[in-house]
Design a protein around this ligand. Structure first.
Ligand code: TIU
Length: 242
């Protein structure tokens, strides 16, 4: 099948009609500050192993998605070095010793350009994959994501990343209000708090899919397998028979 054919992904509350050519994989905030030892997430007392279990399923899904030549978008939560896009309330609310903008083991916490702010090496973006820097929890607020989606003909999103109930949930809600269908593979999202992960997924699919669909990456892989292999770029000039 061609990538502009409609495929069906097994999902809840009912199957997701998937048009690969106009569906982007949107990977939310798989950043070192949230996932790596010594990052901001761990500094706040969170158990990062709860998030790290989503790395491998994301790697597999990203590899399959890229192999089919489909569109990939990444986001990073963070702020300008001058902190002008950081609401004062966001800086102080946690009442932690270290907050956004302070110096941590991976540079200034959640500041654009710092090591901790960047995406983990396992899921590092390729050239041509847009990286959206966002100051808030949602990927649409104060970013050019909507313009990118409109210009590139993206009508659906498969949303993965962290955390399920915070940035993933906020982005699904924002996308839903803008008229986009979103599918969330449950093994490719994660939360520091397992209970919030479970409830975060239930909220998305409740009331007949009030915000979107929930599935598992095995079902996304099954649909991707039905798409014809992307034509390999010719690297050597073809020999013309005499
Ligand atoms: N990306 C994202 O979810 N940012 C957060 O701050 N998440 C928390 O769960 N704190």
């Amino acid at each position: 099948m061609k990538s502009n054919t409609t495929l069906t992904i097994d999902a809840e509350p009912y199957p997701f009609e998937f048009v690969p050519a106009t569906c982007a994989l949107l990977i939310i905030d798989m950043q070192r500050d949230f996932l790596e030892p010594g990052g901001f997430g761990e500094l706040l007392g969170n158990d990062i192993s709860q998030l790290r279990r989503a790395i491998e399923p994301n790697q597999k899904l990203l590899a399959a998605w890229r192999e089919k030549g489909l569109q990939v978008l990444h986001t990073r939560e963070g702020h300008r070095p001058d902190l002008h896009c950081l609401p004062p309330a966001k800086k102080v609310r946690g009442r932690t010793q270290k907050t956004i903008g302070d110096h941590g083991p991976m540079g200034r916490i959640l500041i654009r350009g710092e090591i901790g702010h960047d995406i983990i090496p396992e899921l590092y973006p390729l050239p041509g994959e847009a990286v959206i820097d966002k100051p808030g929890k949602g990927a649409f607020y104060s970013t050019d994501l909507h313009a990118i989606m409109q210009n590139r003909g993206i009508k659906q999103l498969v949303i993965t990343g962290v955390t399920t109930e915070v940035c993933v949930n906020t982005t699904v809600r924002e996308a839903n209000d803008r008229g986009y269908d979103c599918l969330v593979p449950e093994d490719c999202v994660a939360s520091y708090v397992p209970e919030f992960h479970d409830v975060g997924l239930k909220i998305i699919k409740a009331q007949g899919g009030i915000f979107g669909w929930v599935s598992h990456s095995i079902h996304v892989h099954a649909a991707l397998k039905k798409i014809h292999q992307r034509k390999k770029t010719q690297t050597k000039p073809r020999r013309i028979k005499p």
